[in-house]
Design a binder for this molecule. Structure first.
Ligand code: ADP
Ligand code: MG
Length: 643
């Protein structure tokens, strides 16, 4: 490295390494402060060039820059980009095989690596943290940093642990990155990483080429409205966002019937089909993708001419992110929101479905606190046993970690999928008799399942009275030799119980309160989205204001152009009819164990699925009150069950 001051060498490297003629707005400020040793929060819209704000300092500073990013696909793109520029960058994740993983760790320990990308889950691995402890980390970059905010719209439990890690590893500076942070979320991030107010770098969020519109619709009129809009505007690549997978299917089909080239995209589709839709869209000049929020993260198409919201987004942050995909090329694009009051019921029900019963929380705590000092916990099993959604179980476990009750040690795989590539008679004779005998016993534990065989390693370890490590390494060896293919499955997280004597009922009450608070905030977010959509003021200005940016009226959104405010028709909730009440009474009379509390009963009646009731989905009363607000149904369930 030259002895030029780091700021100067940074500017030089911008051209010589990255080939960019100059900094984009915000980049120079962020880079300079980092080089001065300060921690920074950068709030730039998507596509503005946030990554450069750590890539460039990474090259100027001695030591390694660790980047935490939740999306493996985006990590891969970044690493390809850096490698092409001659920068030593790698990722460390579960998709690497043993050789690749070793070579990354060697590069890290040898000080050759300048950037290491990891996913937040990696931080649960004690062994990996040991590796990090042994090297000099000059900078930690945290992408999608809004995920750290517990009250934010996209909280991820793993993120809560990052701040502790920074202290634990003595990392001198942090760069937190996000495209969407309202002032409260930005404050949460800044507090977590001790970022000074003057080190929050925000660039303009307003995009003058986007024409924002909102139109009130009813469930009956919205398809037609969408079609009218598509027909009246010039054709071009467009995204139509919907809430439910089945809506994506039906709307895509409807558009196709009416002369548009439209395809559905949602998480319920096979990966191949999704990739095919995305590829076709990237190449097309007029295709419409009707998608759930599963679509968009990796979609970097500059000429998207319209983004329609067929359903109300779940919060203003999601709305901002989704319309941000339009008009990246700077040419005009339209973003139109169809506003229907009915949508708030669906959105709120999603929120409510996430809140666990206090009883379920207590049961989880009893199980963990009453268990062994070290436990391998499967989120999936806990989720099913205690009727808490899997993501919520993870949040719960993280809360317990932060409360000092548990410590995560790492992951173990409870089972492996094995596909023999040749008959065992061909490879067994290659081993000495003792090994042969052992392998034979291991292979005998394989259970046929379609194309693969599956082996439960813990069960096998018990049955064979062998350490599980020996079984795992035998499988690894057969794989390395090309005799079988091997895939891990059924991941469990290994925890140590640090405080087995904690008062579990007090803890359960506190956690329940925390989850209820989250619920309240998420419901409020839906309300704020609806209020924004129905505003009579400048839509662009109101949106910018939500993110703490002040501006005058834009002059080119719906309200500015004279559209009537999108006041959706009221819900028109009717009290349940006697007939429906009789069906509820009959359901209560069935005394289904899965529906033992009013809350569970209410979720079921509203059609909110939960792990415990997933097998009852065919029941005639499931979703009986799909269109009735949850709070009303909960009240009814309480009344009827307490009779
Ligand atoms: P973000 O993370 O903010 O969404 P990225 O970091 O992925 O954005 O950058 C978006 C694109 O902008 C990338 O293709 C990147 O190479 C490019 N880019 C970043 N900084 C500059 C710059 N100073 N000049 C030109 N292009 C840049
Ligand atoms: Mg990015």
């Amino acid at each position: 490295m030259t002895s030029a001051p780091p700021e100067r060498s940074a500017r030089a490297m911008l051209g010589s390494v990255f080939g960019f003629p100059g900094f984009r707005p915000g980049q120079a400020e962020a880079v300079q402060r980092l080089l001065e040793g300060r921690s920074v929060l950068a709030v730039f819209p998507t596509g503005a060039g946030k990554s450069l704000c750590y890539q460039l300092p990474a090259l100027c500073l001695s030591g390694v820059t660790v980047v935490i990013s939740p999306l493996i696909a985006l990590m891969k793109d970044q690493i390809d980009f850096l490698t092409a520029k001659g920068v030593a960058a790698a990722r460390y994740d579960s998709t690497l095989d043993a050789d690749q993983a070793r070579s990354v760790l060697d590069g890290l320990r040898g000080g050759r690596l300048k950037l290491l990308y990891i996913s937040p889950e990696r931080l649960a691995n004690e062994r990996f943290l040991q590796h990090l402890r042994s090297v000099k980390i000059s900078l930690l970059a945290v992408d999608e940093a809004h995920c750290i905010s517990e009250w934010g719209h996209n909280f991820r439990p793993d993120y809560l642990k990052i701040a502790d890690l920074v202290r634990d590893l003595g990392i001198p500076r942090v760069l937190a990155l996000t495209a969407t942070a309202d002032p409260a979320t930005a404050q949460d991030i800044a507090r977590a990483f001790a970022i000074a107010p003057e080190d929050v770098v925000r660039t303009g969020f307003h995009r003058p080429n986007l024409e924002l519109r909102a139109t009130a619709v009813t469930p009956g009129s919205r398809r037609r409205t969408l079609l009218d809009r598509l027909a009246s505007r010039p054709r071009g690549p467009a995204i139509v966002y919907v809430t439910l997978q089945k809506t994506a299917e039906t709307v895509a089909e409807y558009l196709n019937r009416n002369g548009f080239q439209a395809r559905a995209y949602h998480a319920g589709m096979e990966n191949e089909d999704r990739d095919a839709v995305q590829d076709a869209f990237m190449a097309s000049k007029d295709m419409i993708v009707v998608a759930t929020i599963a679509f968009g993260m990796g979609v970097d198409k500059a000429d998207i001419r319209a983004v329609y919201h067929y359903n109300l987004p779940k919060c203003v942050e999601s709305y901002a992110q989704e319309i941000g995909r339009a008009g990246r090329d700077g040419a005009p694009a339209v973003c139109e929101l169809l506003v229907c009051r009915q949508d708030t019921v669906t959105l709120e029900n999603f929120v409510l479905g996430d809140t666990p019963d206090e009883g379920s929380i207590a049961a989880v705590l009893d199980e963990i606190l009453g268990g062994e000092a070290q436990q391998d916990i499967s989120t999936y099993d806990l989720s099913n046993r205690h009727d808490i959604r899997p993501l919520v179980v993870r949040t719960l476990l993280t809360y317990l970690e932060l409360a000092g009750v548990l410590r995560s040690v790492g992951h173990v795989y409870s089972s492996y999928l094995v596909e023999p590539l040749k008959p065992s008679a061909e490879f067994l004779p290659l081993f000495d008799p003792q090994r042969q005998d052992f392998l034979r016993r291991v292979l005998a534990r394989l259970v046929k399942r379609r194309k693969y065989f599956v082996i439960d390693v813990d069960e096998a370890a018990q049955a064979l009275e062998e350490p599980r490590e020996r079984i795992v390494s035998a499988l690894d060896y057969l794989h390395a030799q090309g005799h079988v293919t091997l895939k891990t499955s059924g991941v469990k997280q290994r925890f140590r119980v640090l405080a087995p004597d904690r008062d579990s009922s007090a803890l359960a009450a506190e956690l329940a309160r925390r989850f209820n608070q989250r619920e309240t905030r998420d419901v409020e977010r839906v309300g704020r989205m609806l209020a924004l959509a129905a505003t009579s003021g400048c839509l662009t200005r109101e949106l910018a204001g939500h993110f703490g940016e002040e501006m005058g009226d834009c002059g080119h959104c719906g309200p500015c152009l004279g559209d009537a405010p999108a006041h959706p028709a009221p819900l028109g909730v009717r009290r349940p009819k006697t007939q429906a009440l009789e069906r509820v009474a009959a359901l209560i009379g069935e005394r289904l164990p899965q529906l033992g509390t009013p809350r569970r009963m209410a979720k079921f009646l509203c059609g909110i699925s939960s792990p415990a009731t997933s097998r009852l989905k065919g029941h005639e009363a499931f979703g009986l009150f799909e269109r009735v607000p949850f709070t009303m149904v909960l009240e009814l369930a309480r009344r009827e069950m307490e009779r």
